[in-house]
Design a protein around this ligand. Structure first.
Ligand code: BGC
Length: 271
């Protein structure tokens, strides 16, 4: 059997019990990585994460579920400790966990603002810092076109497209852009690659209201020049490439996977 591109690598995917995180975990495992499927809490999210793990195992892959709230320093440290104890030194972080709490600005509570920034931005900082510590604790591979470790931040088209009623979310994603690029600049000399994926509208639970009726989907498609909604595995495939040595010369980049949503489609024939 030919070697898979991520054979022998160890990965953490945060927020992997559903949606994009789930698809990324499955895709990394199919590419040969051993994957920690992080979920935020017990109950339903734990059950969903376990199902992702079971599906991966049924497919011949290796994964385990690990609970941690990425906005909490102690829980993030635990996430890494448990992952490395089971799967060995970390090679790949996919900083994916994210939430939305929409509100008109005049009604947005400080709590809604803080929670979104805590999970989407501070959570990515905490997980990236921990990944950097773990990557730096080991030797850089010599003379190979291979990084010491790779990080992928899950951003959004809303790192560039302003989003009314989701100022907290858009601010978190705008923050991810410069967090990612600053870390890429800082860590490149130490052979750590740092990139983002900016998904457009992907068919997941977070945005079901935008696609689960024919009318909503028709409205959404007006924003997508390529004429279809994205599927979670569109992001999974992009993540495999960015995590693998195939993208060894790529760092500090945001890969938009959005069917052209950032191309200002409303300007076609207008303006
Ligand atoms: C959001 C989705 C939204 C998409 C495009 C994503 O970042 O999480 O709710 O559909 O951007 O607007």
């Amino acid at each position: 059997m030919p070697l898979k591109v991520l054979d022998g690598r160890c990965a953490i995917v945060t927020g992997a019990s559903s949606g994009i995180g789930q698809a990324v975990a499955v895709a990394l495992a199919q590419a040969g990585a051993r994957v920690a499927v992080n979920h935020s809490s017990g109950g339903e999210s734990a059950a969903r994460a376990q199902k992702v793990v079971d599906d991966i195992a049924r497919d011949g892959g290796t994964a385990m579920a690990v609970q941690a709230d990425v906005s909490r320093e102690d829980e993030v440290a635990q996430l890494y400790a448990q992952t490395e104890a089971a799967f060995g030194p970390l090679d790949i972080l996919v900083n994916n966990a994210g939430i939305e709490q929409p509100s008109p600005i005049e009604q947005m509570t400080l709590d809604q603002w803080r929670r979104v920034i805590d999970v989407n931005l501070t959570g990515q900082f905490l997980c990236a810092r921990e990944a950097a510590r773990h990557f730096l604790a080991r030797e850089a591979p010599e003379g190979e076109r291979r990084a010491r470790g790779t990080m992928i931040f899950m951003s959004s088209v809303h790192e560039v497209i302003p989003w009314a009623f989701q100022a907290n979310y858009a601010a978190s994603k705008g923050g991810i852009n410069l967090l990612m690029r600053s870390l890429a600049q800082e860590l490149a000399p130490r052979r750590i690659r740092v990139n983002s994926i900016a998904p457009g509208a992907i068919r997941t639970p977070i945005n079901h209201e935008a696609w689960d009726t024919p009318e909503a989907l028709a409205d959404l498609l007006k924003l997508i020049p390529y004429g279809r909604i994205g599927e979670p595995d569109d992001i999974g495939r992009a993540a495999v490439w960015l995590a693998s040595d195939d993208s060894d010369y790529v760092t500090g980049t945001t890969l938009f996977v959005d069917g052209g949503m950032t191309l200002y489609p409303e300007f076609r024939g207008a303006g």
